[in-house]
Design a protein around this ligand. Structure first.
Ligand code: GDD
Ligand code: MG
Length: 349
């Protein structure tokens, strides 16, 4: 049994100050047709007949339920988090939910906010990974590393384990810029796509081994799951007490059971402004404007105006984001460094 688990609860710190409330990108239609969440589900056509399990913040529950109904996916499969605790706990809840009745499905863990242009190539990579995950490996899908992007995990390929699959010799989540530069130059590293395939029980075992505190908190939260209309709720107090950590740091870095299957499928995580500018429709001057924006002799900018008029003159290749309590301006190619600002904000409380 292949159960897709779609994570739709991130907060996107590289897109600050666009908040999830203002711009929940996984629920928006970048191509004007389906939302990224709906596209993620459509991409599974022909791969599995199992309805996906979606895990998201309870604040977005009706948005998610409505979007699932539009694509005829069973809305009952929505797990609600009372607060974001990052992906290691989210996937643990999904794995506990999936194994509650004694089953042990393969979990195909997907992000709701990735663009993948070549669906057949995506499905082929998943099919390559199936027997490896069945045999107990934690499979990640690797993307050719093109530039020293510090927002990604880096995977060093080890020995070949099957056609199109390699043992992971080393997994490094979000390295420093100089380190990422060296990795890209070496040609030995792939980016981690952030999609995974493993048996639910294997994930729980590895989490138990490397982060028993996270597993214990998630078990407590799932002790008495409460079905509520389309949704499954967990114990809020128990889940709030769970440490905040990503699967990458909690499991993929320390585990010795990881395998990488490269995927060449036109993947983009649209996690930073530069990628957003690339995938959104642009006007004749190469600009993407949202809200009240006026431009004179300005090209290739991404400008979001929430509640003020924003005007640009002679501005090229920049990102400008105006919200009611913050304004951010950056060269497009450096805009992902706003996460440094977010870190400063967090540090100063
Ligand atoms: N349900 C739920 N709850 N989903 C979450 C949560 C949460 O608390 N936190 C994040 N997500 C979702 C996001 O919406 C996104 O779809 C996915 O999980 C990944 O989270 P991100 O926060 O976007 O992670 P990242 O981009 O910094 O890093 C991950 O993805 C990179 C590729 O895009 C890592 O796996 C990296 O190693 C990888 O390179
Ligand atoms: Mg991301």
């Amino acid at each position: 049994l292949l159960l897709p688990v779609i994570m739709a609860g991130g907060s996107g710190t590289r897109l600050w100050p666009l908040s999830r409330e203002l711009f929940p990108k996984q629920f928006l239609a970048l191509d004007g047709q389906q939302s990224m969440l709906q596209a993620t589900i459509a991409r599974l056509d022909g791969l599995t007949g199992t309805q996906p399990l979606v895990i998201c913040n309870e604040a977005h529950r009706f948005l998610v339920a409505e979007q699932l109904r539009q694509v005829a996916a069973l809305a009952r499969n929505i797990l609600l988090e009372p607060a974001g605790r990052n992906t290691a706990p989210a996937i643990a809840l999904a794995a506990l939910h999936a194994t509650a009745a004694g089953a042990d499905p393969l979990l195909l863990v997907l992000a709701a906010d990735h663009v993948i242009q070549d669906t057949p190539a995506f499905q082929a990579a998943v099919r390559t990974a199936l027997p490896l995950a069945e045999a107990g490996s934690l499979v990640t899908f690797g993307i050719v590393a093109r530039q020293p992007e510090t927002g990604y995990g880096y995977i060093k390929r080890g020995a070949a384990v099957a056609a199109g699959a390699w043992a992971v010799e080393r997994f490094v989540e979000k390295p420093a810029f100089e380190v990422a530069q060296a990795y890209v130059a070496s040609g030995d590293y792939d980016w981690n796509s952030g999609m995974f395939l493993f048996k639910a029980s294997r994930y729980l075992q590895e989490l138990e081994r490397h982060r028993p505190d996270i597993l214990a908190a998630c078990r407590a939260a799932m002790a008495q799951p409460q079905p509520d209309l389309d949704f499954v709720r967990v114990d809020a107090a128990a889940f709030r007490a769970c440490p905040d950590e990503s699967i990458d740091y909690a499991v993929m870095e320390p585990t010795d059971a990881a395998v990488v299957v490269p995927m060449d499928a036109g993947w983009s995580d649209v996690g930073a402004f530069a990628a957003l500018w690339e995938v959104l429709p642009r006007d004749d001057d190469g600009n993407v404007h949202r809200g009240d924006v006026l431009a004179h002799d300005s090209h290739n900018n991404l400008v979001f105006a929430e509640n003020a008029l924003v005007a640009t003159v002679g501005l090229n290749d920049h990102v400008v984001v105006q919200t009611k309590d913050a304004v951010m301006v950056a060269p497009r190619e450096r805009a992902s460094e706003v996460k440094q600002i977010v870190a400063q904000l967090k540090a100063s409380g």
